[in-house]
Design a protein around this ligand. Structure first.
Ligand code: PRP
Ligand code: URA
Length: 210
């Protein structure tokens, strides 16, 4: 594992909320709320190095030069579960554009299958943040990042809540330039490629389709 491109969140608030998220007793409403809160906290870390521009601001007392974010970010949730992280990220970066990539894991092969892709026309000019609560085999994240690179995107960050070592390695091998912001690194995958201890199926828990 390349420790230079993985950013593990050690903030107590994130760890506390992830424990609540894992619990089988957490219902859909609370699960959705927790995903939102955790995404906001991971998003705060993932935006730490966004470039700023100077802009003149007039205070009630005088003119000064303030620092502002240029319109530069595109959020890319991987459907479905990545949708749960969008609102929090838009609260942090209201001017961000949002692209969507639809992928599901083939139940037999565990390989990602694409069913939807809609990205803003200027996506290649933007810093893109790929959102997905789960990084299991890493197949979905690696495929989504490859789509973005095919569209000319060069600046990509990946934000996940729970990841398995295999998923981190897959993404790092395929995309060594991409920084991963991960809420918690779990132990391993089971034989169905679910993360252990994990939280089960994120999309089903988020949308109540269990
Ligand atoms: C889940 C999850 C990721 C993917 C992770 O989606 O949200 O996209 O699995 O697995 P991987 O790292 O092995 O590719 P899923 O395919 O279950 O689709 P859904 O969000 O529509 O339920
Ligand atoms: N997708 C999920 O939602 N959960 C896992 O544990 C693995 C893939």
């Amino acid at each position: 594992m390349n420790t230079e491109t993985i950013h593990l969140m050690d903030h107590p608030l994130i760890q506390h909320k992830i424990s609540m998220l894992r619990s089988v007793d957490t219902d859909t409403k609370d699960f959705r709320q927790l995903v939102n809160e955790i995404a906001l906290l991971i998003g705060y870390e993932a935006t730490r190095d966004l470039p700023l521009e100077d802009q003149e601001v007039t205070t009630p007392l005088m003119k000064t030069i303030g620092k502002v974010l240029p319109k530069q970010v595109c959020l890319v949730p991987i459907l479905r579960a990545g949708l749960g992280m969008v609102d929090a990220m838009l609260n942090l970066i209201p001017a961000a554009k949002v692209g969507h990539i639809g992928l599901y894991r083939d139940p037999k092969t565990k390989e990602p299958v694409e069913y939807y892709c809609k990205l803003p026309p200027d996506v290649s000019d933007r810093i893109t943040m790929v959102l997905d609560p789960m990084l299991a085999t890493g197949g979905s994240a690696a495929a989504a990042i490859s789509f973005l690179k095919q569209r000319g995107v060069t600046r990509i960050k990946l934000l996940n809540i729970i990841g398995a070592p295999q998923g981190v390695e897959t993404v790092q091998k395929a995309h060594p330039d991409v920084h991963i912001y991960l809420g918690h690194l779990d132990e391993k995958l089971n034989d169905q490629a679910y993360i252990l201890p994990g939280l089960g199926d994120a999309g089903d828990r988020l949308f109540g389709t269990l």
